[in-house]
Design a protein around this ligand. Structure first.
Ligand code: ASP
Length: 426
């Protein structure tokens, strides 16, 4: 493995491609490498003027933030108000209301924002019960001498600022957690999703159900576990073999789906367990070339309680410098933290890389520094992804991810456009 990542010519995209190819070759030593693919430079790098970029789930966010920018709202506040649309949306399971919970089923939110002109940040980690953590982070920035508040302290602060506490679970997020938990370990005491008793289902209402057999043809039509070998059933019980049932797209589910067909926010670890990520980042530059940014998330689904990801960490999940621009990340937060991703992108842009080049190089930096074999599949393709988003103060913008499929939302006036992120691996 190449321990010395090649230096990337700051001005030439082709040099970056060569460097990525060198990495692929280096990975070949451990097996057949899947070749990182470098796409032609996209148009974002040549854009100039006010502009807002967000992760792909932020189409409405960028339109609102851009509108606010043109009305004179400070970029950081425009971003915070823009991402609130996604935090408020119960159907977006990556953020705020309806966000996916931790391993205990509790929703813990992370968020941060940063103001370019003051070079000042605010942040909250592992915040419970408040659906707009980005707005709380903005109050930390505006009203305190601190940068980061976490857990109970962050909640107390939010209460004192008048934020309303509420149950952030939705039926969908609860069900997703229950599915994940049920599929986690075939030997635990949690019934698999398809074995959970639902009294409203006809199958469980008939007297047969109590007599040791399921009456539903749905179950009979599926292959049954042989009593002695059944993973759960006692001899004589008609318990469907859990491995024969269609599985929910979480936990061990998704077996049979090639990793390369999974969307980048769902990745498979070396045990075959799928992990879901999701977040919204938003970066903006206005007509004065002042910048600001915000990242907000419910974090990695099923995380350990108390785990804080990259999103509320200044320099990792977001960073801006009014002399240069603004950047942020979504995806596997641990990788972003350990490479100080967003701060590195700002330095790379300061050194002359375009936003797209800097994002792509930051992705490559992660891959080059990931040493544990569990993070690569048999073809040496990373099992995880990160997507970066960046805007330079003059309005040039770009995005790149480790695995193909990352998307950004961009608004530079009028309707938002969707940008396919550059990527390293198909
Ligand atoms: N970066 C977030 C985290 O690690 C998750 C995500 O973006 O999907 O908490």
């Amino acid at each position: 493995m190449n321990n010395h990542p090649p230096t990337i010519d700051r001005r030439h995209f082709l040099a970056l491609a060569a460097a990525a190819a060198a990495t692929a070759q280096a990975r070949g030593a451990r097996g057949a490498a899947s070749s990182p693919s470098i796409q032609p430079a996209p148009t974002g790098d040549s854009h100039r003027g006010p502009c807002v970029i967000a992760s792909g789930n932020g189409m409405e966010t960028v339109e609102l933030a851009f509108d606010l920018l043109t009305k004179g709202t400070r970029p950081v506040e425009a971003c915070v108000r823009g991402v609130a649309l996604v935090e408020d949306n119960p159907n977006d399971m990556s953020v705020g209301l309806g966000g996916l919970p931790n391993e205990e089923g509790i929703i813990e939110l992370d968020s941060a924002c940063m103001d370019g002109p003051l070079h000042k940040a605010g942040s909250v980690g592992a915040l419970q019960n408040i659906k707009n953590p980005a707005a709380v982070a903005l109050e930390v920035l505006r009203r305190t001498d601190h940068v980061m508040l976490v857990g109970e302290g962050a909640l107390k602060f939010a209460r004192r600022m008048g934020f309303k506490e509420q149950d952030l679970h939705t039926e969908k997020s609860r069900a997703a957690w229950a599915r994940w938990r049920a599929n986690l370990n075939p030997n635990d005491k949690w019934l698999d999703t398809d074995q959970i008793i639902n009294f409203n289902e006809p199958a469980w209402q008939s007297s047969d159900a109590q007599g040791g057999g399921l009456s539903s043809p749905r179950f009979y039509s599926l292959p049954l576990a042989t009593p002695e070998k059944g993973p759960r059933g006692r001899a004589g019980e008609r318990v469907p073999s859990s491995s024969s049932l269609p599985r929910a797209p979480w936990g061990r589910a998704g077996e049979g789906v090639p990793s390369s067909s999974l969307p980048p926010h769902i990745t498979r670890d070396s045990h075959g367990v799928l992990h879901t990520t999701g977040t919204i980042h938003c970066s903006a530059t206005n007509a004065n070339q002042d910048v600001g940014c915000c990242t907000t998330t419910s974090g990695l689904a099923w995380k350990l309680p108390g785990r804080v990801g990259d999103s509320p960490i200044i320099g990792a999940g977001l960073y801006c410098d009014n002399a240069v621009g603004s950047a942020g990340a979504t995806g596997r937060g641990e990788s972003v933290i350990q490479t100080v991703g967003s701060a590195w992108i700002i330095s790379a842009m300061e050194g002359g890389m375009t936003p797209t080049e800097a994002c792509l190089a930051a992705c490559k930096r992660i891959v080059d520094r990931t040493r544990e074999p569990r993070f690569f599949d048999d073809n040496n393709r990373p099992r995880f992804s990160v997507t970066y988003y960046a805007v330079r103060k003059d309005g040039a913008y770009g995005s790149a991810s480790i695995l193909k499929g990352g998307q950004a939302a961009v608004c530079a006036g009028g309707k938002a456009v969707r940008l396919q992120s550059e990527f390293l691996y198909e």
